[in-house]
Design a protein around this ligand. Structure first.
Ligand code: ATP
Ligand code: MG
Length: 666
């Protein structure tokens, strides 16, 4: 539906901070502010072909121009299917990310690499990046990689990870990045599912001062992957004890120097696949989400440009791994498509101490900083002293992604990191959406702590009644979040399983893309993402959002993190259980539990008060830092024998502790 100011009153919202404009005296990418956003937004959903057709012509470089911006023409999901974009056009992703900037400005920094150890990084210019990309592209061609083949990537956060992705798409192949923290079993499953024949990895990797034996994990995985022909190994630590399979394993540095520094890009068609990425698996078996080339690139480009207001000389620091969609879209593609500089950070926020992010921001004068709430909770818990005494005045935009950000954490981010002068952009999106779908536009949108605010161009969100599927119109409604129309960067299918794609996203509510998340639209039109639909607890007919209860709990000064789930209750249908990790040990846990219950009663209401509080030392999290609530639900239900796939957990040992604590306390 078109947006109009009458329905968006912004009474309780916060204006873009004045400091945002002082910190960048130039013109924002949407110079006309909110009025211009509304105008562009309405154009984008009324005539998506025209809107995105023009943007695609203006901002992407085409080898062959496209003939039709969208097929089928018109709008909406037609006949239960999605749409295709930029038909008959041909382009190359690496050309758009590298060549066109390198040709104009070869000495401009493309990548600032911050190694795990401070002061061991380096800068890679666009000119250097182009040479490396071309050379690795030739290495891959020599290894028999062809257009349409998948290549598995299991690399730490080093510049060579970017080189690798761009080299793969340069020859029209498909990258399938597996986060280099996943176990051998998870890697094996993904290599087999994607049918990758080549794996690119490093000898070892370093994170937080610890060594991870990357190549050994690959070797273990490959025991059950007979079709893998070659492993290309980047030398990161130079360990002398490296297992080596002659004939199969090849050194990156030995192969790269065999090739000339330029090779032409292989153009692909707009809808050709550029990559697969398996979702993080918080809700079930990972799915190989398949993305297009042109539509994906346009989404990453436009959101980086508008949501983060990225301009030519900006330096973006997305503190996320290239193993996740956030790394794909906002470490690699978004910044480079815009010709900006991207920070590639290998380490952790806690090494050598909790000021590492702020050291990096200060040192490189980062203009946009982007991170997940899980890291912010960690840093907030560590104490504000680590943020103070850093010059963070270069920052204009502070992004958040991955989970709802509790108001308490939002305020901390705003006050201690942004110092009231940065625009906080809580970006809501998914692996499947390719780029931000609900997010404030920096320098333009008003915000409210905890709300992702308004839809991005081309996204027509609706709130549906979960059971009837009926659209809930107007403001002040709550239900499940769906999107009424296809947009260029949405996933095209689940790898080799279009039927699963339809079942998961397009069939649950006919005519809509179903996000799987619950959401509300408040009286001023702001969207609030309430967490996955499975994460809603129904107590005596009250539909409670677990995210909201968790936000209340974190207001208590002893709470580090919490996860709320429902469990069956004879009286109320469901009851609320809260798993809580405290910032420090306490002498009187019973007293603390009482206080926590009081906090929720006070913040939300008596009906939301947890019936059960379980104190644990940590929560089960995926490797991208998301809490896996389904495990907690299973444990509470006494179904610990059927926990399902927990291979994507970063701290599997915590499960045993949780099981025994629940047995004792519940
Ligand atoms: P899987 O789909 O395998 O269960 P996942 O959904 O965790 O894994 P991602 O695609 O990385 O994998 O995450 C997308 C989900 O993250 C969204 O559906 C939403 O639940 C949550 N999310 C992301 N950003 C936000 C945000 N800004 N606010 C609230 N929730 C968010
Ligand atoms: Mg998901």
């Amino acid at each position: 539906m078109p947006l109009d100011n009458e329905h968006l009153l912004h009474e309780n919202s916060i204006d873009p901070p004045k400091g945002f404009f002082e910190r960048h005296p130039g013109t924002p990418n949407i110079p006309g502010g909110w009025e211009e956003y509304l105008k562009l937004y309405n154009q984008s959903i009324e005539n998506p072909s025209k809107f995105f057709g023009e943007k695609a012509k203006e901002f992407l470089s085409w080898a062959t121009p496209f003939t039709d911006a969208r097929y089928p023409p018109g709008n909406g999901f037609q006949n239960g299917d999605s749409a295709a974009w930029f038909l008959n056009g041909e382009l190359n992703a690496s050309y758009n990310c590298v060549d066109r900037h390198a040709l104009k400005n070869p000495d401009k920094p493309a990548i600032i690499y911050e190694a795990d150890e401070p002061n061991q990084g380096r800068t890679v210019t666009y000119g250097e990046l182009l040479k490396d990309v071309c050379r690795i592209a030739q290495v891959l061609t020599d290894l028999g990689v062809k257009k349409g083949d998948t290549v598995a990537v299991y690399l730490p956060m080093v510049p060579e990870a970017i080189t690798t992705l761009l080299a793969i798409v340069r020859i029209g192949a498909i990258h399938s990045v597996v986060f280099a923290g996943f176990s051998a079993g998870s890697l094996r499953d993904r290599i087999l599912d994607a049918d990758s024949r080549i794996v690119i990895t490093s000898d070892e990797s370093l994170r937080g001062g610890k060594i991870i034996e990357t190549k050994k994990i690959v070797d273990e995985a490959l025991k059950s992957c007979p079709d893998v022909r070659n492993v290309l190994v980047f030398k990161r630590t130079g360990t002398p004890h490296l297992p080596w399979v002659e004939g199969r394993d090849l050194w990156w540095h030995e192969e790269i120097i065999k090739h000339v520094p330029y090779s032409p890009p292989v153009n692909v068609r707009s809808e050709d696949t550029s990559f697969l990425l398996y979702t993080s698996g918080s809700t079930g078996k990972p799915k190989g989400i398949q993305h297009s080339t042109a539509g994906y690139l346009l989404g990453a480009l436009l959101t980086t440009k508008y949501v983060f207001d990225v301009q030519g000389d900006d330096i973006l620091f997305t503190a996320g791994d290239v193993g996740w969609i956030t790394g794909h879209s906002y470490v690699v593609y978004g910044p480079l498509l815009n010709g900006a500089t991207t920070v590639v950070f290998e380490g952790t926020p806690a090494y050598p101490d909790y000021s590492r992010y702020w050291d990096i921001v200060d040192k490189h004068k980062v203009t946009q900083f982007y991170v997940a709430p899980t890291a912010l909770r960690l840093l907030k818990r560590a104490g504000s002293k680590y943020v103070q005494n850093h010059d963070l005045s270069s920052i204009r935009v502070l992004g958040s992604v991955g989970e709802p950000i509790a108001a308490e954490v939002w305020e901390w981010y705003n006050e201690y990191v942004g110092r009231g002068k940065a625009h906080i952009c809580d970006t809501y999106w998914q692996t499947e959406t390719g780029s931000h779908i609900i997010a404030p536009i920096a320098g333009v949108s008003k915000t409210k702590p905890g709300s992702a605010s308004f839809p991005f161009f081309g996204i027509d969100p609706v709130i549906l009644d979960a059971t009837t599927g009926e659209e809930l119109k107007g403001n002040n409604v709550e239900g499940v979040l769906a999107i009424r129309n296809p947009w260029p960067s949405m996933a095209r299918t689940v790898w080799k399983d279009y039927n699963r794609f339809l079942d998961t996203y397009l069939r649950p509510y006919e005519g809509y893309y179903f996000t799987g998340d619950g959401a509300a639209r408040d009286q001023e039109g702001f969207y609030w993402v309430l967490g996955r639909v499975d994460d809603v607890v129904n107590v005596s007919g009250h539909r409670l959002s677990t995210a909201e209860i968790e936000s209340a709990l974190i207001e208590h000064n002893l709470v580090g993190e919490s996860a709320v789930v429902g469990f069956p209750d004879e009286l109320t249908g469901s009851a609320v259980a809260a798993f809580v990790s405290l910032k420090k040990d306490v002498d009187n846990p019973a007293e603390v539990k009482k206080e926590l219950i009081l906090t929720v009663r006070k913040e939300i209401g008596p009906f939301a008060a947890p019936k059960l509080i379980i104190l644990v030392s940590d929560l089960p999290k995926t490797r991208s830092g998301k809490i896996m609530r389904r495990i907690l639900r299973k444990v509470l239900a006494g179904e610990e024998d059927s926990l399902g796939d927990i291979s994507t957990l970063s701290n599997p040992s915590i499960v045993e502790e949780i099981i025994s604590t629940v047995k004792r306390d519940a």
